[in-house]
Design a protein around this ligand. Sequence first.
Ligand SMILES: NC(=O)c1ccc[n+]([C@@H]2O[C@H](COP(=O)([O-])OP(=O)(O)OC[C@H]3O[C@@H](n4cnc5c(N)ncnc54)[C@H](O)[C@@H]3O)[C@@H](O)[C@H]2O)c1
Length: 260
Amino acid sequence: MTVLLTGAAGRIGTALRERLPSFGWEVRGFDREAVPGGVAGDIGSAGDLDGALADGDVTAIVHLAGVPTEAPWPQLRAANVDGLYEVFEAARRHRVPRLVFASSNHAAGFTPNTPGPAADTAPRPDTLYGVTKAFGEALGRYYHDRYAMRVACLRIGTFAPAPHDARALATWLSPDDGARLVDACLRSPDLGFAIVWGVSANARNTWDHAAGRALGYEPRDDAERFAARLTDVEPRPTDALVGGEFTSAGYGIDEIGSDR
Ligand SMILES: NC(=O)c1ccc[n+]([C@@H]2O[C@H](COP(=O)([O-])OP(=O)(O)OC[C@H]3O[C@@H](n4cnc5c(N)ncnc54)[C@H](O)[C@@H]3O)[C@@H](O)[C@H]2O)c1
């Protein structure tokens, strides 16, 4: 029941460190930032990952570490491509049978929101960041088909304590539902390879919950209870697409900077 949690010092990692133990999981954090009781290391280093897995007691990896937004390609490549590969490879070397990967809605960002897309709708990345997440999903499919690793890719919407704008009223993933989703993916005997929307039971959600439900994920939270308190409630034209603002011109390569 020991889970290696990469990115454990981050927003989602902190929320999962607080919640997964109550589902019966022992969490070993892994991050380049200090995590209480965790392992300090870089996902780009096979040696660091070997050290964290050396005891042979890890039954699953929850992989969150990486660049969580659009960024110049060299940064994305180091963490979200090369680092991601090192994590899958470490799982294979150490015979870890299950891996939960934090993909993103931005892997399919240019997909229209209506009619509600299935969780495994074809990749339509809205950014280079989204391209790295589509790569991660393809890598997961490969490790499942070739090495029988059980892999869940979570196309997470907007993870936050509360929704902050009109789009997030549809795309919010509450911290508690995030933990329920990860627990279901860690536990399900039916998991082979799956792509799942990471979204709460929001009244405004249009993304199909079927793939998550098939693994036992039952979201409980609804962003609607925050709607009356929001100040940023004007829907934007980009809200018609899964990726929202990331599909706008401001997220092009020239606009973000190439950092060559
Ligand atoms: N927050 C969201 O709404 C959201 C939505 C979709 C997908 N995701 C994905 O979920 C994951 C976690 O997101 P977050 O919001 O918690 O991000 P975050 O930036 O808060 O946390 C990421 C963590 O990864 C660590 N990290 C980065 N590069 C590393 C490396 N090379 N080696 C070791 N550790 C490294 C950082 O130190 C940080 O603690 C990311 O992969 C992100 O793309 C997040």
